[in-house]
Design a protein around this ligand. Structure first.
Ligand SMILES: Nc1ncnc2c1ncn2[C@@H]1O[C@H](COP(=O)(O)OP(=O)(O)O)[C@@H](O)[C@H]1O
Ligand SMILES: [Mg+2]
Length: 330
């Protein structure tokens, strides 16, 4: 699908024709010969939340890291376009990226223990973006860090400002990372599996907290998740990724209620069957990066595949207000 189709999709989704905050057009990312992202199209409007759903290895983290400028040449080769508030990110200089990252674009990783620096107190780490991007004085930074800790539900924040990460529980560390990501009121938050390293008992709490803060700031957010039902429940839109391609993207309720792509349907039946306690996984596995089929990457596992599917890549089409890349949508 080209950008004209992406724009049609936007127009269908947003009749008031508001400018998208983030617009990804035909983005591809290669690591040497391996095409890790292939022709990704996305548009996110101010205040919208998008769930990026897919199995492990689909390329979700790669897309998030590329968006935030942490995967760049020469490590990888990028083609296509990513525009944030109209600024082309693929050509942005590192110095300009540094001004965006942690400021206009916040990032929450899966594992706070790995992301936080063990040598600095949590107060110092929350204060760092406040110094770098907002130039707040030392006193103001400490005040604001305590406020942020309070806003993410850390009890007695003033006492905990001087704690080191290892002195906090996993859930509290994740709250610290959320505070850091939101410190400068980002317009876009990228949250890469923000709760999957946590105990099941607190996953819902943390998810609710992030959503609550995103709404309070009126920010847009991309949540990388591997659970279609959770994504549809918490996000306005869903993008389903398979082997580096977005196979279906659209409003959550429609994607969940009547998935059009066979892969989305497979994911949905996993959810339904899980609910009834019998797991029916999609047979087969994601092809390795060095042996991707020439046509549709899902063809080898697809119950509906015909000859053309293995030979030619289906272009994304607009159907029922979403983009779907499949030769046999109906
Ligand atoms: N540092 C790396 N070097 C080489 N290949 C990588 C690296 N990181 C990820 N990959 C490969 O890129 C693909 C996408 O990975 P990733 O973006 O981590 O997927 P996801 O987040 O959806 O699980 C996978 O095939 C993975 O093996
Ligand atoms: Mg990942």
């Amino acid at each position: 699908m080209d950008c004209a189709v992406a724009m049609n999709l936007e127009a269908a989704a947003m009749p008031e024709s508001q400018e998208p905050l983030l617009e990804v057009c035909d983005l591809s990312l290669r690591r040497g010969q391996a095409v890790v992202l292939d022709g990704v199209n996305l548009a996110l409007h101010p205040g919208e939340t998008l769930g990026l759903i897919g199995e492990s290895g689909a390329g979700k983290s790669t897309l998030a890291l590329a968006l935030i400028g942490l995967l760049r040449a020469p490590e990888v080769q990028l083609a296509g376009s990513m525009r944030f508030r109209g600024t082309e990110l693929t050509r942005l200089r590192e110095a300009d990226y540094r001004r965006l990252r942690g400021n206009k674009i916040g990032l929450i990783f899966q594992d706070a223990t790995a992301a936080l620096n063990p040598c600095f107190t949590v107060g110092e780490q929350i204060a760092e973006p406040l110094k770098r991007h907002l130039g707040l004085s030392k006193w103001d930074r400490r005040e604001r860090a305590a406020e942020l800790m309070h806003s993410v539900g850390i009890p007695e924040p003033r006492l905990r400002l001087d704690a080191y990460p290892h002195e906090l529980s996993g859930g509290m560390q994740q709250r610290v990372m959320i505070a850091i990501a939101l410190a400068c009121n980002p317009e876009l938050l990228l949250a890469d599996e923000p709760t999957s390293a946590l105990d099941v008992t607190i996953q819902a709490q943390i998810m609710e907290l992030i959503l609550d803060r995103v709404r309070a700031l009126n920010s847009s957010a991309i949540f990388v998740l591997h659970d279609l039902a959770l994504g549809a429940q918490v996000c306005d839109r869903i993008a389903v990724m398979y082997a580096g391609q977005i196979v279906e993207e659209g409003p959550s309720d429609r994607v969940l209620a009547s998935p059009l792509h066979p892969y989305t349907r497979g994911l949905k039946s996993c959810v339904v069957e899980l609910g009834s306690r019998t797991l029916v996984p999609i047979p087969g596995q994601v092809p390795p990066l060095n042996a991707m089929p020439a046509g549709c990457r899902f063809a080898p596992r697809c119950p509906k595949a015909k000859a053309i599917c293995g030979e030619q890549r289906p272009q994304a089409e607009i159907r029922d207000g979403r983009q779907v890349a499949c030769w046999f949508i109906d």
